[in-house]
Design a protein around this ligand. Structure first.
Ligand code: URA
Length: 203
């Protein structure tokens, strides 16, 4: 299945968000509380694409409002990027999880789910027309740049597809670092890549 038949003709962000609310293109709608659609500036120069909403995002219905979102906010600020000026979204718009006691643990979406959800992301890119898309982590990077793309190898470089795309690590990977030192290095790397993005859209 694919979300393609659900894309409204001549879409706007409002009509897309409305249509995505009832998306059943893959089985994840049975797992998540709600569709978490992208949000932000309508014609943002910069679009950031994450993997999928997390537990907090699933509850609030907004992308990047949980721990990874807070870290991303800090990284954006350090890179001189104002969150209010970007458009934030995810490759997959429902939270995929499994139970662990009382908690809901993130499960990485598979290729089928990313593909089913892809028409929403394509439509967001077409409507927002960002000057640069930043893929956060491997799921978003591979959705946009192909399955062979390796963030470890090609992060921080701009690929002129169109759209222009730069991939970097996912903020959750910074949170998962084992030691404070590793976390600081990972955070600095994320900020450095976001600075490249900031320079790209300033030119
Ligand atoms: N991780 C993501 O990839 N996206 C979110 O919205 C939150 C956490």
């Amino acid at each position: 299945m694919s979300a393609a038949p659900l894309i409204p003709p001549k879409p706007s962000l409002t009509s897309l968000r409305e249509a995505a609310r009832g998306c059943t293109a893959c089985h994840l709608y049975e797992l998540g509380t709600q569709t978490v659609f992208g949000e932000g500036r309508a014609h943002a120069d910069l679009m950031l694409v994450g993997e999928q909403p997390g537990d907090r995002e699933d509850v609030e219905g907004r992308p990047f409002v949980g721990p990874a979102g807070h870290l991303l906010d800090k990284a954006l600020a350090d890179a001189g990027i104002t969150r209010a000026k970007v458009y934030l979204t995810n490759a997959v718009k429902h939270f995929k999880w499994k139970p662990a006691g009382k908690r809901r643990i993130h499960v990485r979406p598979d290729a089928y789910e990313v593909r089913a959800c892809r028409p929403w992301l394509d439509a967001e890119i077409a409507v927002v027309r960002p000057r640069l898309v930043v893929a956060l982590g491997a799921t978003a990077a591979q959705a946009l740049l192909g399955n062979d793309f390796r963030v470890t190898k090609d992060r921080g470089r701009v690929f002129d597809l169109p759209p222009r795309i730069l991939a970097t690590v996912h903020p959750s990977s910074v949170l998962r670092a084992r030691t404070d030192e590793e976390r600081a290095v990972a955070f600095d790397g994320l900020v450095a890549d976001l600075r490249v993005a900031a320079r790209e859209i300033a030119e």
